[in-house]
Design a protein around this ligand. Structure first.
Ligand code: HEC
Length: 214
């Protein structure tokens, strides 16, 4: 049996405490290290996130200002005036998607063009959320299984006074709408109602780059 002095015991205690501290420091530095590694490759980079938000704000503003040009006109909107409102918006939707490698859609549960019907459960849930919460303007969701990896951005579309020329009562719809959209559901809206939403799918960075290159 070896004789240990109080000084030796103290030295051993100090050594084991130091070892414990070193292990602790090692763990502390290792943990944020792993967290940083995960953050280094987010599915979609933050510049693309803000770009999507800004693009949808501009798109919505474009429709509002186009529709406002109809205000004060006395003649009924025709297929020609339609070309000045929701058609350019639809074309811009396609162009924004192509320019960025995103999939951009307009979605509405009360739709005029059947292509704009909700396509999956997530779209139906987000429309429902927007209609229950007028204070929510936009939100992000993870992509759904059949979209592959990435994120979805949704932005609400509200009914403005200028929209009622074509989305007001069923009877007051312009003749070209009655004729061209036999299954139209996009009428009987009131100012402030939820008209629908813009839906943007941003694929993972690699997939987006591939789409932009191709
Ligand atoms: C001159 C008539 C006219 C005006 C004014 C008008 N819309 Fe439309 N809107 C249409 C037509 C026609 C369509 C279907 C276009 C298509 O075939 O894609 C449509 C489609 C839409 C869609 C796509 C979803 C769907 O139902 O197919 C949204 C969203 C929409 N309009 C919102 C608005 C908003 C918001 C305003 C006012 C700021 C507005 N519209 C003003 C005629 C109009």
């Amino acid at each position: 049996m070896t004789f240990t002095t109080p000084l030796q015991r103290l030295a051993r205690l100090a050594l084991s405490t130091l070892l414990l501290m070193l292990v602790g420091v090692g763990l502390l530095t290792a943990l944020p290290g792993t967290a940083l590694a995960a953050e280094a490759s987010p599915p979609v980079d933050s510049a693309a996130l803000s770009k999507a938000v800004v693009a949808m704000e501009q798109l919505d503003q474009m429709r509002i200002s186009l529709a406002s040009t109809l205000e004060g006109r006395t003649e009924e909107p025709t297929i020609e005036t339609m070309k000045e409102v929701c058609k350019p918006v639809g074309m811009r939707v396609i162009a924004i998607g192509k320019e960025n490698g995103w999939q951009v859609r307009q979605v509405a549960s009360k739709y005029r063009n059947p292509d704009h019907a909700p396509a999956n459960a997530q779209e139906r849930q987000v429309i429902d959320l927007f209609s229950r919460h007028p204070e929510i303007n936009g939100l992000w969701e993870p992509a759904v299984a059949d979209q592959g990896a990435g994120l979805n951005y949704y932005r609400r579309i509200n009914v403005e006074p200028s929209c009622l020329a074509c989305h007001g009562t069923k009877a007051s719809r312009p003749a070209f709408i009655k004729a061209n959209y036999p299954d139209d559901k996009a009428f009987d809206f009131k100012v402030g109602d939820l008209r629908g939403m813009y839906a943007v799918h941003l694929p993972e960075v690699q997939a987006a780059l591939a789409a932009a290159a191709g």
